[in-house]
Design a protein around this ligand. Sequence first.
Ligand code: CU
Length: 142
Amino acid sequence: MRRPSIVLLTVLAVACSGRAPAPPIEVRDPWARPADSAATTAAYFVVLNHEAMAVTLTAASSPIARSAGVHETMVMSGTMHMMAIDAPLVIAAGDSLVLSPGAKHLMVAGLARRLSPGDSLPLHLAFADGRVLPVAAVIRAP
Ligand SMILES: [Cu+2]
């Protein structure tokens, strides 16, 4: 009766070793548009909340930009408009916040340097519980 349990343990070890546990809040595929110095760029990413309770994104910033804030793009009467979202963004348990072209995006203004394809834009995402997640958005053309 020893052999089956040894086999089972081996299978479990293999299954666990390849996969790191998911972080409680995960930021996936961060990227931003190329921009000249002092200009504005838009950054995009997905925030996944793996926790059992809601988390709230309260602020974003970049050490190389004057300001960063979430905007929403909308089409009104055939014209594209952007509106700043001032309210904190609540991400329900197991849910995600998607920032993508043509929808919500992070507007990053007053860049201290030029952002060329292949560079990265450092960002800090602050949550209501005090956590701050560092994110490096890769610069690439959409
Ligand atoms: Cu915008």
